[in-house]
Design a protein around this ligand. Sequence first.
Ligand SMILES: Nc1ncnc2c1ncn2[C@@H]1O[C@H](COP(=O)(O)OP(=O)(O)OP(=O)(O)O)[C@@H](O)[C@H]1O
Ligand SMILES: [Mg+2]
Length: 573
Amino acid sequence: MKKLERILSRIDGKSYKAYKDLQGQTFHFEDFDMIFSYIQGDPFASPSMISVKIPSGNARFPRESFEGKVRNRATADHINRTMDRMIGRSRKGKKGSGKSGMIVIDTCGQEILQKSSVVINGDFVEARLYVGLPAFGRKIAGKKAWEMLFRDIPAIVEQGLKFSNYNAKDFWKHVHSVEDQAFMRESLSSRGLVAFIADGSILPRISGVNQRPLCSSEAVAFRSPPSLCIEMETPNVGTVSGMGIPEGITLIAGGGYHGKSTLLRALERGVYDHIPGDGRERVVSLPKAVKIRAEDGRRVEGVNISPFINNLPLGKDTVHFCSDEASGSTSQAANIMEAVEIGSDLLLLDEDTSATNFMIRDTRMQRLVAKEREPITPFVDKVRQLYNEKGISTVIVMGGSGDYFDVADNIIMMDDFLPLDVTCEARKIASENLTGRSKEGGGSFGEITPRVPLPESIDPEKGRKVKIKARGNENIQFGYESIKLGYVEQIVHDSQTRAIGDIIYYALRNKIIDEKNTLSEIVWKLEDVLDNYGIDEISPFGNNPVGNHARPRPFEIAAAINRLRTLEVEQKV
Ligand SMILES: Nc1ncnc2c1ncn2[C@@H]1O[C@H](COP(=O)(O)OP(=O)(O)OP(=O)(O)O)[C@@H](O)[C@H]1O
Ligand SMILES: [Mg+2]
């Protein structure tokens, strides 16, 4: 502390660059350490990173709250949220020009992700803060810096990193809830289920741009139809009842505005855990569930989309399909084939975001446009093969066509925001009203062709410098390229996007992308890296960690690589 005070008084009033003296230094405060990992170049540049690290003996979080991966993630997340609140409370306003005086910790949304913002283990708790070191103009504001480092941050540490200042009941509720969700998700496959939605869940959100739950007076709470109602065991709250969606093909039908897409969106996000009070904290789906949509305009590189698309005009290849601007149907076909290539076992489709001609082709259209003139084999003729041959289930929202009655195992109808099991009724209707369609799916699903990305086609450099930057959760600048992820709907946090950019760079540096590994091998190797070494391993700054990474799934890493416009692949046959 004394040393830091001396440095501050020495550099007070000097040019901003003098702050750089602090970089890499650790200072011992009374009961924690302050580590200056990165110092910004000027008051307007990206903020500095300061870690505060407190020994376990002073933080006193119960050991059983951070042992084991699930509890560790839950506890770190709770600390992250608490720190964020404490920072908001203690902030005393701006302390000069540019970012002077700013103190932030990575934000948290409704999902509980594995993040790099907080580390907790048997030795210490560390929180990584981004701060704007104070200046007036470009001159160091020593007194303001003193206030920040010696008053504001210690107050935040006191309130945010010491268990004695936590509400133990809320804390354990958070940890137990995450543990229950992980447990329920884990038990899905052994029970032959692809998803579970507990009774009482609140699925609708405040708005399209606000993921918080719709207030309970306006929302209709979820209630399972009796025939699909099951009970789930949890380690902490005993048995929970709700709707189990079995493996196979599930159709979600129902009138417009009756809550179909809202249900599907809850399933999409059910791959993640949610905070208590979110309304979806007892909605879980298989971890490898992938949302599929049409995405015309996206780039597609060397994907075998021939199970769905053949005989394109001008003899365009669909076994090794490339396009700088895929169409609605070809982009949706590519999205499915890519998800299957990485190993998805559950596809989630919504008619609202699907290409109509990819989903259905009715009798009249079959008569008008002969099979030989139509490149697309519609999904309705493939979805069964996907399940029977590859074990891949599908949940489809489809209110516009009853043709799916013939292929669905279960048909749920959303009615005034509540699900009804209408399987028998729909079957009866289907047998009384034959579609007259001819099946176009052929004898089997077709080939899934693994692809090997070529490292030289993935260049993180711009000029001579590595340039990787996330812009929101929809865009990664990668070298000269911009990777658009706006339609990759299961990315839920900016920090995941940031991590994806750095993970691709990591895979290049460490020769995981090496001209031999397939894309699937690459992303599952990266999953192992994250499992075994933690998220700090992928920091682009070597031993200096990043405080705002959140873990993405292999599917979203692959999605980013697939959308890189320079990507070249070789198919492995
Ligand atoms: N359980 C619920 N309680 C209250 N409001 C809900 C509930 N579920 C959905 N909503 C709201 O109802 C509206 C329509 O929902 P949604 O978009 O899911 O309908 P949909 O069946 O997909 O409609 P469409 O067929 O037009 O696509 C949305 O504003 C949504 O937030
Ligand atoms: Mg809808």
